[in-house]
Design a protein around this ligand. Structure first.
Ligand code: SAH
Ligand code: SF4
Ligand code: F3S
Length: 463
């Protein structure tokens, strides 16, 4: 028997979908009467984990060790729950290896209060069921959210790229119902959101009958108070003409597209089972640029996939040169248990991957800076999201998802017009802004008790 926890902390790793889930877990525990607290003092620590690469997975075990060590010095034994994709993939193994109290998969976390109660009774509790969508109906309503909020509309993946664990950890593609999404978007706006990013492992595979993601975007465009819409992560094969057209005429749809390709080599794309080639990807981008010439493009790359030759890698570099990404994420291939690529014979040595990653990142940094310089002198709106480090400094995002800092008396949640006057390596400076629209949101969300180490794309994880 353990005392039932009175305080909790959720720590999310991985993609934005995990951040969304982590926020919802925090709301669920708060609704169950627990108070949010810092990780080092909470009675219950929920680690919302990522399985995408080996380092991300190993982080769970080192974090568990660290939490126990800190608590041990204080004479405490916190309850530890492992949620997210490692929980789904390794389930019982985590209980055995790390003796955690609760293991709960991404489709089952609405059961957390019951699982925590069971663990307090002295029995390790495990739930990695995948019931279709039932969790959303069981989650409490959103009360306070940041100006830029996430909304999961699609989950899972049926594409089975040969390197990837997501189809196994998140299950097959499921779309949430249209009406539930529009209702949640309205609730998010009421709770302080001005921008919503629609999330899915393959968000543009969202469908309901004849409706596609573009229909959803057009419906959300009509939600009063919602100024900006984004979506991520999309798959090249699901970039329909309807979605491309929406980029041309839906004003609230921001000119930003995260469309991973992974490699510029057709041979490697085939071995990855990506089901699209280099040229078809380039043609999709041409069609998007035709309707939205200023679109900022983003992508994900894997270097060192088994069998990747120097010529294959040169194809990736030439693709990058041809596109000029505004930003992109690149990763060394990580061998994941249970995936077809893990047993391919021609795995590359680490030093080859390191060296290719460096070359690719140099090219991507160069292009990011070129993109930022190309926006100098433009006037655009930014959505103010938080305070900066300097006195009077506020940080927001441009339509092209650049971080922009401005000095001035602006509230979090304001949409202000700025001139982009300086391009720094990772951000832009904006000039004295002219207010175009101000709102009085309830303030920044500090979904108290939820910290995360996720970064700004579904791809880039905390490793
Ligand atoms: N559904 C999205 C991506 C989800 S996973 C898509 O297909 O684009 C996010 C990113 O992690 C991928 O785009 C890929 O770049 C990277 N990734 C996935 N599995 C990986 C692995 N085994 N090793 C290295 N990077 C990987
Ligand atoms: Fe699915 Fe994306 Fe993973 Fe491919 S990389 S299997 S499309 S989640
Ligand atoms: Fe899962 Fe997202 Fe990581 S789907 S494996 S948490 S990238």
């Amino acid at each position: 028997m353990n005392a039932p926890p009175k305080t909790f902390h959720v720590k999310s790793f991985g993609c934005q979908m995990n951040v969304y889930d982590g926020d919802r877990m925090a709301e669920l525990m708060a609704a169950d009467g627990l108070a949010p607290a810092d990780a080092d003092v909470a009675d219950l620590v929920i680690l919302n984990t990522c399985h995408i690469r080996e380092r991300a997975t190993e982080k769970v075990y080192s974090d568990i060790g660290r939490i126990r060590k800190v608590a041990g010095k204080q004479g405490r034994v916190p309850m530890i729950a492992v949620a997210g994709c490692v929980a789904q993939a390794e389930g019982q193994e985590i209980v055995a290896r790390a003796r955690v109290d609760v293991v709960v998969g991404p489709q089952a976390y609405h059961n957390l209060p019951e699982l925590v109660a069971k663990a307090a009774g002295g029995t390790a509790a495990l739930d990695t069921d995948m019931p279709a969508l039932s969790k959303f109906a069981r989650l409490p309503a959103r009360r306070r959210v940041p100006p830029s909020a996430f909304l999961t509309v699609q989950e899972g993946c049926d594409k089975f790229c040969t390197y990837c664990v997501v189809p196994y950890t998140r299950g097959s593609e499921i779309s949430r119902p249209f009406a539930a999404i529009v209702d949640e978007a309205r609730a998010l706006v009421d709770a302080g959101a001005r921008e919503i990013t629609l999330l899915g492992q393959n968000v543009n595979a969202w469908a309901q009958g004849d409706l596609g993601l573009h229909d959803l975007i057009r419906a959300l465009d009509r939600v009063p108070g919602l100024a900006r819409i984004r979506y991520t992560t999309s798959h090249p094969n699901d970039m329909t003409q309807g979605l491309i057209d929406a980029h041309g005429d839906v004003a609230s749809l921001m000119p930003f597209l995260h469309l991973p390709i992974q490699s510029g080599s057709d041979r490697i794309l085939k071995a990855m089972n990506r089901s699209h080639g280099r040229d078809s990807y380039l043609r999709v981008l041409d069609r998007v640029r035709a309707v939205r010439p200023d679109i900022a493009l983003s992508g994900d790359f894997i270097v060192g996939f088994p069998g990747e030759t120097e010529a294959d890698f040169a194809d990736t570099l030439s693709l990058v040169d041809a596109i000029g990404y505004a930003q992109a994420f690149s990763f060394k291939y990580s061998q994941r248990p249970g995936t077809p690529a893990a047993t391919m014979t021609d795995q590359l040595p680490a030093h080859v991957m390191d060296e290719r990653l460096q070359r690719l990142q140099a090219a991507l940094n160069r292009d990011q800076q070129a993109f930022n310089r190309a926006t100098l002198g433009r006037t655009c709106t930014i959505l103010v999201e938080r305070r900066g480090k300097l006195p009077g400094q506020m940080l927001g995002k441009s339509p092209w998802l650049q971080s922009v800092h401005v000095i001035g008396d602006h509230a979090i949640g304001d949409l202000i017009a700025v001139d982009l006057i300086r391009a720094d390596p990772n951000s832009m400076a904006g000039s004295v802004p002219i207010p175009v629209a101000a709102c009085a949101p309830p303030g920044p969300l500090d979904v108290a008790g939820h910290s995360n180490e996720a970064r700004a794309s579904i791809g880039p994880f905390a490793d």
